[in-house]
Design a binder for this molecule. Structure first.
Ligand code: FMN
Length: 160
């Protein structure tokens, strides 16, 4: 395999425009959340979604052990939340307007959609862990989504 430039690799991947989401979980009195763009759908029956989690992230320990997690899909006006959950901070949730799932997972408000998941499988994904969740509950709100492409936040075209 030819070694290639990882910055160029990341930039090329950035050509694939995605939404932006925040994955959250809680266990043993601790909570964790992180901004993700690797979120995607997997299966309709059973309803499965996936995302990849950097093994270097501090939150990896909590997500790896978590029975439940949630994915909040961010709205166009939530870029600041994306930045907040992409930074290493002691309590990324401090001062936010939060809700809690019946399973005790803290979730964000004002989002476009939310998928509450039971951890289904973990798969090896090189320097990332591939997390597959079975969706046990979801909700959707009529708001324009935040878009990430080319290394920055974008707006969806055609919404006036
Ligand atoms: C737009 C964007 C997308 C990201 N997507 C992912 C992702 O899919 N998986 C991941 O592990 N980290 C992703 N990150 C980085 C994590 O959000 C960041 O490393 C996280 O805050 C680490 O949390 P920690 O405090 O647990 O280390 C992304 C960051 C940004 C800004």
């Amino acid at each position: 395999l030819v070694a290639f430039d990882s910055k160029a690799f990341r930039e090329a991947l950035g050509g694939f425009a995605t939404g932006v989401a925040v994955a959250t979980t809680a266990a043993g009195g601790e909570r964790a959340g992180m901004t993700i763009t690797s979120f995607n759908s997997v299966s309709l029956d059973p309803p499965l979604v996936l995302w990849s989690l950097a093994r270097a992230a501090r939150a990896v320990r909590l997500f790896e052990a978590a029975e439940f997690f949630s994915v909040s899909v961010l709205a166009e006006d939530q870029a600041a939340l994306s930045d907040r959950f992409a930074r290493q901070g002691n309590d990324k949730f401090a001062g936010l307007d939060l809700e809690q799932t019946p399973e005790g997972v803290p979730v964000l408000t004002g989002c476009v959609a939310r998928f509450d998941c039971a951890t289904w499988r973990h798969h090896d994904g090189g320097d990332h862990l591939i997390v597959v969740g079975e969706v046990i509950r979801f909700a959707r709100w009529e708001r324009p989504p935040l878009v990430f492409a080319g290394g920055g936040y974008q707006r969806l075209m055609g919404q006036g």
